[in-house]
Ligand binder design. Structure first.
Ligand code: MG
Length: 244
């Protein structure tokens, strides 16, 4: 017959062995490659694996950059520009400020835009107390999808876009196999959540897909307003996926 103390000890031992049995580590068995090192961005510098598209000093990375004024570490938009390098899937960071002196209204106030592959626009607009159609306000996928919330700062204040773009994939006959997607954070706030695009983004016709090259330039739009830009960098995710 076990004493009370012996019984308590036996039960404690049993509990320990059950716990130990539960603690056996599960492993997936997948032979993962070690993630490579990337030094993160600071306020003024890009991550170590990024392509710097504009560091506030010159427009060397852009076609049409001679129409911009570069001063005080920023560029003032004075014409459409497109990157000399071509991209597909990417993570883009840029900072912009709509004019401090407010003029115009609706689409006429602080209008610019980021065009991925020259076709798919994330709108830039002064949307601080400035109503326009919702699928055309700042951080909309133009004429397709309004931002989830309006995270716009005041005119003249610097704002950030962090955008993850996945390029569409086309079949050999030019029809779309996988639509493009956009995830956008404006000033750190999620405003587009893996939105699946219906096609390109035009003012005067519905969205549609037309087959194009795997890699195309990124464009910044000039819509007649002197929107300022600084600190533009891009991480090429197509290279990443093709390397893995
Ligand atoms: Mg625009």
């Amino acid at each position: 017959m076990l004493s009370r103390k012996q019984l308590t000890l036996a039960l404690a031992g049993l509990a320990l062995s059950v716990t130990a049995a539960r603690a056996v580590e599960w492993k997936s068995g997948i032979d993962w490659k070690e993630p490579r090192l990337v030094t993160p961005a600071t306020e003024k510098t890009a991550p170590s694996d990024a392509v710097v598209l504009f560091n506030g000093e010159n427009m060397e990375e852009w076609n049409g950059g001679n129409k911009w004024t570069v001063e005080n570490g920023y560029g003032v938009c004075g014409g459409n520009v497109s990157t000399k390098k071509k991209f597909a899937d990417c993570q883009l960071h840029l900072e912009f400020a709509t004019p401090e002196k407010v003029s115009g209204e609706g689409q006429g106030r602080g209008n610019s835009g980021v065009y991925f592959m020259g076709k798919y626009e994330v709108q830039i607009l002064d949307s601080f107390e400035n109503k326009t159609y919702f699928d055309g306000q700042c951080a909309s996928v133009y004429k397709q999808h309004p931002p989830l919330v309006n995270a716009s700062r005041k005119p003249g204040e610097w704002q950030t876009y962090d955008i993850i773009f996945h390029a569409p994939k086309f079949r050999p006959d030019g029809s779309v196999h996988t639509p493009a997607t956009l995830t956008v954070l404006q000033n750190g706030i999620l405003v587009q959540d893996h939105y699946e695009l219906l096609g390109d983004t035009n003012y005067d016709r519905p969205p549609s897909y037309t087959g194009h090259k795997d890699r195309e330039a990124i464009q910044l739009q000039f819509h007649g307003n002197p929107v300022r830009f600084r600190n533009i960098w891009l991480r090429d995710l197509s290279t990443e996926s093709s390397a893995s």
